[in-house]
Design a protein. Structure first.
Length: 343
C-alpha cells in the first residue's frame, strides 16, 4: 500500500532543496527532488521584500516536485536553536510536561518567554526502581524565528506541517537498528553539528557556528577566487596532501582544526559519561562539505576512527537514482530526513 507523499524542505544559505517521498510497505520511494538557489539574503533578512523573495524561491523549488501534497516539513539550523539531551528521573507524561520547564531554565540562556519549547522522550526505563533515568531530547527555538517561517510559508500555496531542528532530520535519515556506536559530524553551510548515537538512540548533540561557508571564505580570501570558482576548486582539489589540495588544506586548516577539537571534546565527554568498554566505532560525515575529496581521511587520521561519508539515498528502493543527487548524496541528508517524518 502506498501512503500519501511527504515533502521535506531544506532551506540552506546557498541552496533550497526539496524532496518528495512515498512509502510502499517498508520501502521508501523517491518521487521527485528539486534544487534552487537561495535568495542572496536568505532567511537572514527582516525586510518584507526579502521575505517575499524567499517565499517565491520556496514556491518555485516545491513546484518543481510536482507533488500532490501541499504539506511541507522544514528544519531550523542547529545554530538557531538550543538542543540538549538531558537525563531526568522516571516521570509520567504529565509530570514531565511540568518539570521540563525547570530543566529548560538550566540549559537555555535566554528568557523562556521568547522560546518555543518542545521535548521528546528518547528512552524511558521500564524499571524506575533500578535507578535508571529517562533520556529526553529538549529543543528550544526562538519564537520569532518560528513565526518568520510560518509567515513566509503563508505567502506560498503550501502548508507548514512541522518545524524541527536539522539534528532530528539527520538522525532519522541515517540511523538504522544495526548501526554501530557512531558520531555523526554534519558540516553544513553555516554550522557543524555533532551527534552521538548509541543503541539507536541520540545520547549527545552539540552545534558550533563554523561550517562550509567559513571554509569557502578562507579559500576565496587566500586564492582571490570568485564564489563559483571556490566551489569548483573545492570539488576538484579537496584536502589532498599534494598539489593544490595541499594549499587548500593549509588555507582551511584552522577551520577544520576547530571542528576537530570539538569532536575530541565530545569523544572525551562520552568516555567519561559511559565508563564501559564501548567505543565510538565510526564517524559519519554528512553535509555539503562532507563530499570534498580527502576530508574523510583528515578526520580518520586525526582521530584514529573509521570515517565514512554518508549516502542516505541507499535506503531508497527505486534504482537507479538521478545522477544529479547521486553525485552529492550527503547534501540531501536533511531534506530526506524531513521527508521521512510523515511516513
Amino acid at each position: 500500500m502506498t501512503l500519501n507523499k511527504s515533502i521535506g524542505l531544506d532551506i540552506g544559505l546557498n541552496e533550497i532543496k526539496a524532496m518528495s517521498l512515498s512509502r510502499q510497505n517498508d520501502n521508501y520511494i523517491l518521487d521527485s527532488f528539486s534544487v534552487m538557489p537561495s535568495p542572496s539574503k536568505g532567511m537572514l533578512s527582516e525586510s518584507p521584500a526579502d521575505e517575499e523573495k524567499m517565499a517565491t524561491a520556496i514556491s518555485k523549488t516545491i513546484d518543481g516536485l510536482k507533488a500532490s501534497t501541499k504539506n511541507v516539513n522544514i528544519s531550523l539550523s542547529d545554530t538557531q536553536a538550543y538542543t540538549k539531551v538531558i537525563e531526568m528521573p522516571v516521570l509520567s507524561d504529565k509530570e514531565l510536561s511540568q518539570a521540563i520547564y525547570w530543566e529548560a531554565e538550566r540549559y537555555i540562556p535566554v528568557a523562556l518567554s521568547t522560546i518555543t519549547l518542545v521535548f521528546n522522550v528518547l528512552k524511558r526505563p521500564l524499571n524506575s526502581s533500578a535507578g535508571e533515568k529517562m533520556q529526553i531530547l529538549m529543543v528550544g527555538a526562538p519564537t520569532t524565528i518560528i513565526n518568520k517561517y510560518q509567515r513566509i510559508l503563508k505567502m506560498t500555496k503550501y502548508v507548514l506541517s512541522s518545524v524541527e531542528t536539522e539534528t532530528l532530520a539527520i538522525v532519522r535519515a541515517l540511523i538504522t537498528p544495526n548501526l554501530p556506536l557512531v558520531i555523526i559530524v554534519n558540516i553544513g553551510e553555516i554550522g557543524t553539528s555533532l551527534m552521538i548515537v548509541r543503541d539507536g538512540i541520540l545520547v549527545f548533540t552539540y552545534s558550533m557556528q563554523v561550517g562550509g561557508d567559513a571554509i569557502s571564505r578562507a579559500i576565496e580570501t587566500d586564492f582571490g577566487l570568485t564564489p563559483d570558482q571556490v566551489e569548483e576548486y573545492k570539488r576538484t582539489y579537496g584536502f589532498s596532501k599534494k598539489g593544490e589540495g595541499q594549499k587548500v588544506g593549509r588555507s582551511t586548516g584552522p577551520i577544520l582544526t576547530s571542528i576537530l577539537l570539538e569532536i575530541k571534546k565530545t569523544l572525551a565527554f562520552y568516555s567519561q559519561k559511559y565508563k564501559d568498554d564501548s567505543r565510538i566505532q565510526q564517524i559519519l560525515l554528512s553535509g555539503n562539505t562532507a563530499r570534498l575529496p580527502g576530508i574523510d581521511l583528515f578526520f580518520a587520521e586525526s582521530l584514529g576512527i573509521e570515517t565514512v561519508v554518508v549516502n542516505p539515498l541507499e535506503m531508497l528502493s527505486n534504482k537507479p537514482l538521478p545522477a544529479e543527487i547521486l553525485n552529492s548524496p550527503s547534501d540531501f541528508t536533511v531534506a530526506l530526513g524531513l521527508a521521512m517524518k510523515d511516513l
